[in-house]
Write a protein that binds this ligand. Structure first.
Ligand SMILES: Cc1ncc(COP(=O)(O)O)c(C=O)c1O
Length: 379
């Protein structure tokens, strides 16, 4: 299946945050959106839903078939038998993370492997928990969880671990072995894992994604968060899912006043249902494309900017570059000022200094242009 690439003008209308922040001479490679139109089944579902008036308060997710559609997707792609009776539908993954931290997590510090998607850090502190950032270990660009440091934090009183799986920004899809090692550290401590698996559908061809819930014990406090919005490129259609491993966690969320769990829209639910049910072919094309684009960027950087090292990614359309050897004080700003390419400028937490994130969810031609502009800025 061919993916359609939108041209720059179309993107300035369709993706105005990513594309219209700067003038037309700046190539955007920052916020996590892709430069493709959404899958046709999603487009049809949204158009039909709008035409029939799903614009009021949303119906229960079951009436649109969302939990079943997600369970089918999880079974086909990851061999994960999701119990639809343990799914809570919410407005966004980050709202789900805040909810889990407020309502399910025990009081006490929260361990966050870093660098990480910056809202994790703000959400931990905003929900009243102490943040225990544990930098990932890195060798030759490949990142691992620092299990010994996580174990030390748990021994010291931390009660929750926030996992980003696959990991934004370093691109790892943690292996079954690594997840089992994490489980063997977390479960004896009786701690909770909240795992954000929003990037899971974007695991590259040739890598198996393993949900943490599949490796964890069935009676362990595990909260899985996910959404179709990232992989299917529709973050403007709020809808996310929270899957509780424990019956009591699900029951607690169901008993909450609706104001604490609302936020999903009817259009978002319709779009997610269509994506999970009928989006496999489009998604396969995206996965091929982004894996190819990451390989292309890696090749160009190795040729033209050998001092820059790119972490090998197994998932996501995000490249994490180690630019410390360039000795730049603000490499993303230099890329914008001298190269006219906008990279993500947020702080990804401890371990992220001297690194930048590049979004390659676009055409190969633009990836070549991104590389050229980085050479101009940093070469
Ligand atoms: C790891 C991760 N979690 C959550 C989100 C945002 O999800 P939501 O808009 O559903 O909160 C993103 C967006 O890029 C992300 O990368």
């Amino acid at each position: 299946m061919m993916l359609r690439d939108l041209d720059d003008d179309a993107l300035r209308s369709a993706a105005p945050l990513k594309w219209a922040l700067d003038g037309p001479d700046v190539l955007p490679a920052w916020v996590a959106e892709m430069d493709f139109p959404v899958a046709e089944p999603v487009q049809h579902a949204v158009t039909a839903a709008a035409a029939t008036g799903v614009l009021g308060y949303p119906p229960p997710a079951e009436t649109l078939g969302l939990p079943d559609a997600f369970a089918g997707f999880a079974r086909r792609h990851w061999d994960w038998p999701v119990d639809t009776g343990r799914v809570t539908v919410l407005g966004s993954v980050m709202a789900g993370m805040a909810l889990a931290l407020r309502q399910l997590a025990e009081a006490g510090p929260v361990v966050v492997p870093t660098p990480v998607y910056p809202p994790f850090l703000a959400t931990v502190t905003d929900t009243g928990h102490a943040l225990r950032a544990v930098p990932l270990l890195e060798r030759a660009g490949r990142y691992r969880l620092d299990l010994a440091a996580i174990a030390r934090e748990l021994a010291d009183g931390a009660r929750t671990v926030l996992l980003c799986h696959p990991h934004n920004p370093v691109g790892r899809a943690w292996s079954a072995e690594e997840l089992a090692e994490l489980r063997d550290v977390v479960e004896p401590a009786g701690a909770r894992v909240i795992t954000d698996e929003i990037h899971a559908p974007l695991t590259h061809p040739g890598t198996a994604f393993v949900p943490y819930a599949q490796v964890a014990s069935s009676d362990a406090p595990v909260t899985t968060l996910t959404a179709a919005t990232k992989a299917f490129n529709m973050p403007g259609l709020p809808c996310a899912l929270l899957v509780s491993q424990l019956r009591e966690d699900h029951a607690r969320l169901q008993r909450l006043p609706p104001v604490l769990t609302h936020g999903a829209t009817g259009l978002g639910m319709a779009a997610a249902t269509a994506a999970y049910r009928d989006g496999d072919r489009w998604l396969a094309a995206v996965r091929e494309r982004v894996a190819g684009n990451l390989a292309l960027l890696q090749e160009r950087l190795a040729d033209r900017l050998p001092a820059v090292r790119m972490a090998p990614a197994e998932a996501t359309y995000l490249a994490w570059l180690d630019v410390r050897e360039l000795g730049l004080a603000a490499p993303a700003r230099t890329a914008l000022e001298r190269g006219r390419v906008r990279l993500e400028q947020q702080d990804f937490g401890p371990g992220s200094a001297g690194h930048v994130r590049v979004n390659v969810g676009t055409s190969p031609v633009r990836v070549e242009q991104i590389a050229e502009r980085l050479v101009r800025a940093w070469g």
